[in-house]
Design a protein. Sequence first.
Length: 185
Amino acid sequence: MRVLGVDPGLTRCGVGVVEGVAGRPLTMRGVGVVRTPADAELGLRLVAVEQGIEQWLDDYRPECVAVERVFSQHNVRTVMGTAQASAVAMLCAARRGIPVALHTPSEVKAAVTGSGRADKAQVGAMVTRLLRLDAPPKPADAADALALAICHIWRAPAQNRLQQAVALHSAQHGTSAPVSKGRTA
């Protein structure tokens, strides 16, 4: 499975591609950051994020896009930019028919480090170790994007089995499957 992880942000949108399957060594295919100038007009910044993500989709052809689920922060301005960049990433994937999975920061941290309260340095260190890199990717947004992709690769098999079990149960009992409030969009 090849996954593009997106750590959304308007100034720095982390992107990273990881390939592999759960239980086997993973391989980093690419990592970087889509940057926009903080003083540029919002619409132009969103276009720049779109163009950057589209380029990553063209270059790496992922099977899935994993995006950090936006959560409420104290700084409304920051959360708005994050949500806007997140929507652009989801739109780019949906336009191509690529499935999108949303993961909360604590889910990603728990998957990669074992603790949902891990700090950025711990996430970077584990990403470096898991992908057998010489040094943690910089800036932290890039490492976070790789962590999102790793999280999705490791969680996707269990999520797929759960969805199949719910669908089978519904078919056997003549009920409709519940609307998912999970991590896929």
